[in-house]
Design a protein around this ligand. Structure first.
Ligand SMILES: [Zn+2]
Length: 172
């Protein structure tokens, strides 16, 4: 029976005490099972923190700005509009602070007090739906208000679709 030394704990152990690893010359893992299992557990224990940090970022103004800018980019692309005028989340965040500072703080407070319920999430609404996301074409509303604007009336939705068709037809 062969033995090898685990470089982590320094113990000399039989090969059976090392996980199988076909890629290695001796067909066994570098570290012993005890050390390898401890590393796996440490990584797993660490990941809820990581997940919580990522989740938490969504509920910071910077995280919000990054998510909203990403949404605006996708939305503009879908509509065949020019992309939003802000190149980075930081630039977009600065714009919100300058032009919608009071509204943003009020909406943010309400959203936070509601435990960050989706319906109260601050959302950017275009004043003129035919135009893209520019500094003078936006106001802040709640996510729910923005959704209701588009879904309340089927007529509105149909009109918007018709407008899109006409725009595309013109371009082609
Ligand atoms: Zn070991």
């Amino acid at each position: 029976m062969s033995f090898k030394r685990c470089p982590k704990c320094g113990d000399v152990k039989g090969l059976a005490e090392f996980h199988k690893a076909k890629a290695n010359p001796d067909g066994r893992a570098y570290y012993c099972k005890t050390c390898a299992n401890a590393s796996t557990k440490a990584a797993r224990d660490k990941s809820p923190e990581l997940r919580a940090a990522i989740r938490g970022h969504r509920f910071t103004p910077d995280g919000w700005a990054a998510a909203v800018l990403c949404h605006m980019r996708q939305s503009a692309k879908r509509r065949g509009h020019p992309p939003p005028v802000w190149a980075t989340p930081t630039a977009f965040r600065a714009y919100v602070e300058t032009f919608h500072g009071d509204a943003f703080r009020a909406l943010w407070t309400a959203w936070a007090e509601a435990g960050f319920a989706t319906e109260l999430r601050p959302s950017m609404d275009r004043l003129d739906d035919d135009r893209s996301y520019t500094a003078d074409n936006l106001r802040l509303v709640t996510w729910k208000a923005n959704r209701d604007k588009w879904s309340k009336s089927t007529t509105n939705r149909e009109l918007a679709r018709e407008k899109m068709r006409l725009l595309h037809a013109k371009r082609d």
